[in-house]
Write a protein that binds this ligand. Structure first.
Ligand code: GLN
Length: 529
């Protein structure tokens, strides 16, 4: 097959169709079999039902705008009030093909929202190549130009750099990117991400937003930012260390476990410990690795054995599951604090079935659809053979079944918790009694009582599995209770914490860092904004 692509430039309607069909005619007259395709690059639900007036309005841009406006209104704080500001991060880089409809949506949206209600922050990079040691502004200039070309103008240009940026560079960016110097903000690499809000504030960002978005706020930062500063200082002064082994599959790309890492760090910080996170590739704990590379195998086991606590995170697919089961077995039998998240919980159930119930071929149907002991099974929603759009997703309620639950206590003796989900398989509800008789308790389930959400093992310092992902709701000043429990147990302080009624010890006290913000501000005329 030969292909001839006819493209147009500058304006549409210059006769591409005529040229294309004429070429076809000529080639046909040469005795060739010719076909033709006309591509209309609409991104629409049904382009065939358009009115001719609508032909440049792709549905996707309207859909994006509508979705943003609806989503922005959803309450996210405990007070359940509608938010006043929505910060939108558009992933990727300006110019990426997949981002184009979204950039265009926001180009339109800026007019719909009106100037005082919409602004754009463009984050860029200022590299400093070793050859000259000079901080280079060209990539920023180019990316701002690309952004402007797509119809968005940056209100603030945030320049990331390895070292603090010099004043002359700021002036250059201001001049060549056509913004005032105060619209150029510098964020160099800092000791912890907790320093970033402070750097932003130091460069006058509050004053800028106040004016630009007409916000009813003071120029001065609230106490909350002071607390951030204290937290950032604390982070740098940590003396005691707590090590956690994260037994996963994607350990070469640690960013895959960013939320888990952050949740662990929030908890470690809350109890005044530095987190020593050791990534272990679960396949390296498997017997097959011992045969191929015994050094790797023993190193992996060495890391696992010396860790104060073990975490098996979420995951998909069979590779590495045997190694995770080994790690879980170790945690259970050696009474090492353990937290299993999603797949981590499912595998803890499999491990228990194999080694405590003696169901040797117990498995999840995800890994062995023909197992005689399917202890983790497909959920009814799951559509076999189709991986798209079939997960049980999002925030859902888990009800505690008993008061005798360490996690319930950690959650402040709550009757229920709401956490985020992302799974296709579930613990087989018909078999739970077999586990409970031997000490593995299912202490939390969904509102209907069918789906097992939390496991806890009796007579163990901390052996907890959760079907949900508590890491997604962990915050620097409000660590996730499930993760905090792991860190407390790993540092031998869990019981004391529970006895104090879930309060940190006075020396670790975090009360001065609690998450309450400054008094609430209402917009003067919220109807029009
Ligand atoms: N693969 C498992 C499932 O689909 C676990 C998913 C996860 O860990 N997020 O249920």
């Amino acid at each position: 097959m030969k292909y001839i692509l006819v493209t147009g430039g500058v304006i549409s309607g210059i006769g591409k169709g005529i040229i294309a069909s004429s070429i076809g005619t000529i080639l046909k007259s040469c005795g060739l079999r010719v076909t033709a395709i006309k591509i209309d690059p609409y991104i629409n639900i049904d382009a065939g039902t358009f009115s001719p007036y609508e032909h440049v309005v792709p549905h996707i841009t309207d859909a994006v705008q509508e979705w943003v406006m609806n989503q922005a209104k959803v309450p996210v704080d405990d007070d359940r009030k509608e938010p006043q500001i929505c910060v939108i991060e558009l992933g990727g880089t300006i110019g990426d093909i997949e981002g184009m409809p979204f950039v265009e949506a926001f180009r339109q949206f800026q007019f719909k929202a009106k100037r005082e209600n919409f602004c754009n922050i463009h984050v860029s990079l200022v590299p400093q190549p070793n050859a000259t040691g000079e901080q280079k502004t060209k990539p920023t200039q180019n990316s701002v130009r690309a952004l402007r070309g797509l119809g968005l103008s940056p209100d603030l240009i945030v320049c990331r750099s390895a070292k603090p940026i010099e004043m002359a560079v700021k002036e250059k960016i201001s001049m060549f990117c056509h913004v005032e110097p105060e619209q150029v903000i510098f964020i160099h690499d800092v000791s912890s991400t907790y320093r970033v809000p402070i750097l932003l504030e130091e460069q006058g960002i509050i004053k800028y937003f106040k004016q630009r978005l007409n916000l009813p706020i003071d120029d001065q930062p609230s106490d909350l930012l002071m607390k951030w500063k204290k937290m950032a200082d604390r982070y740098e002064r940590l003396l005691k260390v707590c090590s956690i082994a994260l037994v996963g599959k994607y350990t070469k790309l640690s960013d895959c476990y960013a939320s888990v890492f952050k949740a662990l760090e929030h908890s470690a910080l809350a109890i005044n410990h530095k987190l020593d996170l050791m990534y272990i590739d679960s396949t390296e704990l498997e017997r097959s690795t011992e045969a191929e590379n015994s050094v790797k195998y023993h190193q992996a086991w060495h890391k696992l054995c010396k860790a104060d606590g073990i975490l098996v995170p979420g995951g998909f697919g069979i590779r590495g599951t045997e190694g995770k089961l080994q790690a879980i077995s170790w945690a259970r039998t050696k009474k090492k604090p353990f937290l299993g998240v999603c797949l981590g919980m499912q595998l803890a159930v499999v491990e228990f079935a194999r080694n405590c119930l003696n169901w040797k071929d117990a498995n999840s149907t995800e890994f062995d659809p023909d197992t005689k002991n399917p202890v983790v099974i497909d959920m009814p929603e799951h559509n076999p053979g189709d991986m798209g759009g079939t997960m049980r997703l999002g925030k859902r309620r888990t009800v505690f079944k008993t008061q005798n639950s360490v996690l319930r206590k950690l959650y402040g003796d709550a009757m229920f918790v709401e956490e985020r989900h992302r799974h296709r398989y579930e613990v087989n509800p018909e078999l739970t009694h077999c586990f409970e008789e031997k000490g593995l308790k299912f202490v939390g389930h969904d509102t209907e009582g069918n789906r097992m959400e939390i496991i806890e093992l009796e007579n163990h310092p901390y052996f907890v599995g959760v079907q949900f992902h508590p890491e997604f709701s962990s915050r620097p000043m409000k660590p996730s209770p499930a993760y905090l429990g792991l860190l407390l147990a790993a540092t031998g302080t869990l019981n004391a914490y529970l006895q104090r009624g879930c309060k940190l010890s006075p020396s670790d006290s975090y009360s001065d860092l609690s998450d309450d913000s400054s008094p609430e501000k209402e917009f003067p005329n919220s109807e029009t904004s």
